[in-house]
Design a protein around this ligand. Structure first.
Ligand SMILES: *Cc1c(COP(=O)(O)O)cnc(C)c1O
Length: 239
């Protein structure tokens, strides 16, 4: 038996309050920012409890773990976002089970996802992951290469390009975080100025959602502030 953390509804409520307060100080409507609950390593029972508390969008990093959870929770009207790295041999599972993919960074993967998206389902909603830190080992597309990839992805029949996302290294302070997020916002604005109609700028996590919202984020991805600290035994896969 899994013990369900009784503080979950309270934590969810307090994250919603943080989002609302950040929107207010940024002069934005609270409805402009979607809260994605990052449920990696979280048991299905707990996801179900978050749903009972009004949360419908969930993000997962590990495809295998996610697919089991998605199947187990099929009776609930949940929206699932893939926010982890995708290897070519996992694209079929992702195309079949997820509603969104936020970590697109290669045309090859985009083409496979489009080809493998089952006929009866709506197009897969996708974001391109942008590497704003510029580190060569990190996943994500460099800012100068996003437009070319975005135009090709937008032309694929079974994908719907919604925007961009980023996972920067944690910044040293609020001002540094805002400066980094502002660079991602500039990439987002440039894509729209080039004629792509994008509505999703996915940036901000538990520690820096205020800076992200102030900088124009439309989706924050929050794990530990909702579900508590994750167990250390499940390391991030090598990138
Ligand atoms: C784990 C994860 C998050 C959530 O991080 P927290 O600090 O727990 O809020 C957000 N985005 C991605 C891509 C993640 O892997």
């Amino acid at each position: 038996m899994t013990t369900i953390p009784t503080q979950l509804p309270t934590q969810l409520q307090s994250v919603r309050a943080r989002v609302a307060a950040a929107c207010q100080s940024a002069g934005r409507a609270a409805s402009e920012v979607t809260l994605l609950a990052v449920s990696k390593t979280v048991e299905p029972e707990v996801v179900s409890q978050a749903f009972d508390a009004g949360q419908t969008a969930f993000g997962e990093n590990y495809i295998q773990e996610a697919v089991q959870k998605i199947i187990e929770l099929r009776h609930l009207a949940l929206e699932w976002h893939c926010i982890g790295p995708i290897q070519s041999n996992k694209t079929r599972l992702v195309a079949e089970y997820f509603d969104w993919v936020q970590t697109l960074d290669r045309l090859k993967i985009a083409q496979r996802l489009s080809e493998q998206r089952p006929a009866g389902l709506p197009p897969l909603q996708v974001c391109i992951q942008v590497n704003v830190d510029g580190g060569t080992r990190k996943s994500g597309v460099l800012p100068g290469e996003v437009l070319a990839l975005a135009q090709r992805v937008a032309a694929l029949p079974n994908l719907c390009l919604r925007g961009i996302m980023c996972i920067p290294e944690p910044a040293s302070d609020f001002v540094a975080a805002c400066a980094l997020f502002a660079r991602v916002k500039a990439v987002f604005d440039a894509l729209n100025a080039a004629g792509l109609a994008l509505d999703t700028l996915s940036m901000g996590m538990s520690a820096d959602l205020e800076a992200a919202i102030l900088s124009g984020s439309t989706m924050v991805r929050v794990g530990s502030a909702i579900f508590g600290a994750r167990p250390p035994f499940k390391p991030m896969p090598a990138q």
